[in-house]
Design a binder for this molecule. Sequence first.
Ligand code: SIN
Length: 288
Amino acid sequence: MSADFKPLTLTPRVPQFAAHASGIDLSRPLPPETLDAVRAAWRDYPVLCFTDQHLDPASLQDFAAQIGPFGEDPYVAPLPDFPHVIEVKREARETAPIFGSQWHSDWSFQATPPSATLLYGAEIPPSGGDTVFADCVAAYAALSPTMQSLLAGLNGVHTAAPAYGPKGLFSRDDASRSMRIIVSSDAERCEVHPLVRRHPESGRPALYVNHVYTVGIEGMRRDESRALLEFLFGHLTQPEFVHRHRWQPGSLLMWDNRRVVHFADGGYEGHRRLMYRSTLAGERPVRA
Ligand code: SIN
């Protein structure tokens, strides 16, 4: 065991879903045993909050690189000196819609969407600004066997167009937006993924649909797929599957996009909120 090994202390917040992790300093290179402990904790708790951290874009990027290869972050320009870090930022004066404020799984329109997102709270407003999560494994398990069979052979159609396309949400931004968002016709491309994916580590089936990027179901008429997707969105985001993360200054949250959907909540008008975000590469979703 390395001389600089420090144990990771886990405090569960929601059984098998969310936990606080303390006892380690993520701003320094971590010994292999600690990295293994972080990966194991994140396998057990797909919403993992490291408390009492002091990170900046450089140390966030360095920590992320120790956990796994980076994902690809389209449509938001990275920080000039940190190609794998974006700012999720809202100035006190902003009036444009909050970034990430509808349920989604990060970049689910990619062929290989990111496994993890790491979000560090650099400036947290005095109230509001929570990040809210839903558990796609628990939601799938609660469906009837008949609904599970219906979903088994189906694929969802995912696209970035509703957000980043030429007619998407961000194309209508007013000048107050401080984030560096890129609107592009590339966003109109579609990618098809199973509606129920097998989690690559736990093997458990998880619903893989989200309000922003899942726009249809392959082979179904528009009205048919809309009805089924609306049902699934409503089912997935029932209170019993939802966990609200209230930010404290100096927290790094790491979540599993293969297991959860999330959104950024408001309620902090007139205050600044600044987060640094990095993603880790994932795999092509596999049918459960
Ligand atoms: C995001 O969707 O990545 C942003 C989440 C947040 O700002 O809380």
